[in-house]
Every structure is written in C-alpha cells, then in structure tokens.
Design a protein around this ligand. Structure first.
Ligand SMILES: [Zn+2]
Length: 446
C-alpha cells in the first residue's frame, strides 16, 4: 500500500512555496535594493535631478529631488548672510544657473530646468556643487535674516527622496548670535592639496596651471549654457597637454576635476609644489560694457592699475565667500626685509612673464585694449612664485565667446602661451649667462 501524504505535510509544503514567493518578490522590489545600496559605504552618490523653491505663509522651502537619502548638516553664516548645507557627495544634474535670480543671468535663453530664485521669501539665490572630494554643499544667499526651521531628507510617495530646507524670517540680532554659535573651523577641516611627490630628483621647472573656480563656485555665466569653471578647465587641459609635449616642464593643475579649491589652497599648492610659475586661468563677464573684449594679463599689486581691475579682483577674491568659507585668509603680509626682497623679485619676474605673454598672445588672439593690468588678487599672492592671472576673454562678449568655444582657437592660444613660457624659462633651461628675464627683472626693480 502506497504511503498516503498527510494533510499536515501538504499544508507545510504549500506554506514553504508561499514563503519563497514572498521572499523572491521582496528582493525584486526596487525600493529594497536601493535601501541596501544607501547603507553600503561605496554606493554611487545620489543624483539630484531638480530643485525648486516654494513659499507657504512665512516659510520658504528649498527642495531638491534626490535618488537616495542623505544626511544634511545645515548652519548659518553672517557677512554675507548665508545658509550652508553640507552633504555627502551628490551628483547635481541641474543647470548650475537655476539658483540665480533671473535678472542676474546674461543668458538670452532661460534655464531649462530647476528652480527660479526670485527674492521671494528669505532666499535671494542659491548655489550647489562639490565642495571637497566626497563632500557636496549648497549655499543659500539670504535676502533677509533667517532661521533654519528644519533641514531633512525624507522619502517621497514616489520612492524618491526629498531634501528640504525650511527657512523663516528672524531678526538681525538673533541671526548674528546664531551664526556666532554655529561658527566652525571650516578652513582647518580642509587639507591643502598634496603636492605631487613623484621624482625628487626631477629638476625640471614646475608650472602650476590654476583653472579658476570649480565645484560649488561656477564663476561667471556666459551666453547660452557656458559657465566659466568648465570653460577654463577645458582650456587648462589643452594648455597642460601642449606644455607637457616637450617634456621640459613638470606641469601640475590645482584641480583635476569639477571641485572647489579655496584661493589660499591654490597658493599653498603652488608653494608646496615649488612652482617656478603659476598661471591662473579665467574668463569673466563685464556687466557694464558688453563691447569690452580680448585677453588681459593681470599681476598682483597693492594698488590697482585701474577701476576695472580693482573691481575684477574684488569679484575673484569673493570666490571663497561664494563657496561658504569665512573671510579670506591673507596671512602673507609679513614685514620682514628678506621677505620684502623676495616678494619684490617675484613681482618683477611676474611682470616680465606678463609682458612676454601679452607679446606672444598678440599673434594668436585678440587682446584687450589695455592688456596689462594689476590689482590685489589673493590667488597671486605667493611671495616666492611668479604668478599671473590670464583672462582669456570676456564671456559677456559675443566675439570672445565665439573664439573661446572653438577647439582650433584653444590650440592656437595654448601654443602662444607655450612660446611665452619657453621664452621665460629659456635662460634657465638652455645656456646661462646674463638673461633677458634677469635684465627685465633688474629693469622692473629700478
Ligand atoms: Zn573668474
């Protein structure tokens, strides 16, 4: 007689099948997979796909739509008054111009996506981007003193996450008190970029190329979707390649990605790398005169050469504040005779190179009608590294923009720069003797 299956055993196996079905359907559910990824330390950073501001009665809310959860750390900072939200790395797939007030955009086209910061409530504008490797940041410029009601990230009904920063007006005294209480050692937290340690017996001159701005600091915004930080980075890479071709120089960049680097860290990087030349690359806008165009080479001086140069230096020196750092660090002004002598000599060398750069540029591209200027640029203040800041052209000029976007123009301009650099270093690399650069320095010091 065949053994009959007991009803209890049948029930058990049915339950087992049911349990297996439940388990497999849970693991197929995308939400749970995403939750596990969030917990893993090497998960891909969440993606922010849009941002908007809404206003409910007194409360202004800035909302970012995210693919995963984050833990925000929000605090306020005075002078200028800002709210800063520190975050783990986030990939912002949002037009960087979307946080700017509409009238501040030179663009003829509106931003394609994202929020419209428009002086409603307490927010006048906001920026976002990489602040340091692995760290993203949002900086909100305040139209009036505000307090942080809450800053949280929570899952929405669609399974996506929302980072919400809620702000409400407060009085000026309370704001300043809170800012003082929340003050933190932000600069000390960030290590200076480590200089390249390869080859201690590499005797080639070190040239540091400094692509302006980066990360949360976009720099100037040009016609269409052009932003300064991306344009100057692309140009710096072309220049790096051209300079490296001959093998005569060791070429280093202050940033190798779209990341924020403070002005002080750029100077520190050049000094730690024993740079013989520092070239900061920019392409700004000039709001009051769209007709102004052509390249300009700036050197550092205590007194600005003209009002426009002073204004530009002020704008460039604001880069740290734009990224939510405290006041600019400017500890280089030591009164010491030896220091003064070094600085004088360095400035003279900077002038010699600036003049040479203008001369060679003349053959490759257009120059500003006043191409040699000077002002108090913080990024040029290394006392022992000859430093210049090159404005490739103005993003507010259609003529300049057309040139700057062309790969052929970039190659030609970079080629002219290599010639100017070769000329500057020729005495040190080739035969010795009384050199043109040294003569120039002597002349500049007289
Ligand atoms: Zn700039």
């Amino acid at each position: 007689m065949p053994p009959s299956r007991s009803p209890i055993r049948n029930l058990t196996s049915a339950l087992t099948v049911l349990a297996l079905l439940i388990v497999s359907s849970v693991s197929l559910f995308p939400g749970s997979a995403a939750a596990r990824e969030d917990a893993s330390p090497d998960a891909a950073p969440p993606i922010a796909s849009s941002a908007h501001i809404d206003q409910v009665l007194d409360t202004t809310r800035l909302v970012f739509d995210l693919s995963g959860a984050v833990e925000p750390d929000a605090f306020v900072m005075a002078d200028p008054d800002r709210v800063i939200i520190d975050l783990p790395e986030i990939v912002f797939q949002i037009d960087p111009r979307s946080g700017q007030p509409k009238d501040a955009r030179p663009s003829r086209r509106r931003g394609v996506s994202g929020a419209k910061a428009s002086e409603t409530g307490v927010i006048s504008s906001f920026r976002f981007g990489l602040f340091a490797p692995g760290k993203s940041r949002i900086v909100i410029d305040l139209a009036k003193p505000a307090r942080i009601v809450r800053a949280i990230s929570e899952p929405g009904p669609d399974g996506r996450h929302r980072l919400q920063v809620e702000l409400a007006p407060t009085d000026a005294a309370t704001f300043r008190r809170t800012a003082r209480a929340m003050a933190r050692e932000i600069i000390a937290e960030r290590p200076a970029p480590a200089p390249d340690a390869s080859g201690a017996d590499d005797r080639r001159p070190v040239i540091v190329i400094d692509p302006g701005h980066g990360g949360i600091d976009s720099g100037a915004q040009g016609i269409g979707s052009v932003i300064e930080k991306a344009l100057v980075f692309d140009f710096s890479k072309v220049l790096e390649a051209r300079l490296s071709e001959g093998g005569k120089y060791k070429v280093l960049l202050t940033r190798n990605s779209d990341v924020f680097v403070s002005l002080a860290d750029r100077v520190k990087f050049a000094r730690n790398s024993n740079a013989s030349l520092f070239i900061s690359i920019h392409a700004d806008t000039i709001s009051e005169a769209a007709g102004v165009s052509g390249a300009t080479v700036y050197t550092v001086s205590d007194k600005a050469s003209d009002a426009q140069a002073a204004k530009l230096a002020e704008k460039e020196n604001d880069a740290d504040a734009a990224a939510g750092l405290g006041g600019p660090e400017d500890g280089a002004d030591v009164s010491d005779i030896l220091f003064d002598l070094t600085r004088r000599e360095t400035r003279a060398y900077s002038h010699v190179f600036a003049r040479s750069l203008v001369a060679y540029w003349n053959g490759a591209g257009r120059l500003n009608k006043n191409p040699l200027r000077s002002a108090g640029f913080l990024v040029l203040k290394a006392p022992d590294v000859p430093s210049v800041l090159l404005e490739l052209g103005y993003l507010s000029s259609e003529k300049d923009m057309a040139a700057l976007m062309k790969p052929q123009w970039r190659e030609k301009a970079a080629g002219a720069m290599v010639e100017a650099i070769d000329k500057f270093f020729a005495p040190r690399i080739g035969a010795g003797g009384q050199t043109e650069a040294a003569e120039g320095v002597a002349a500049a010091q007289r």
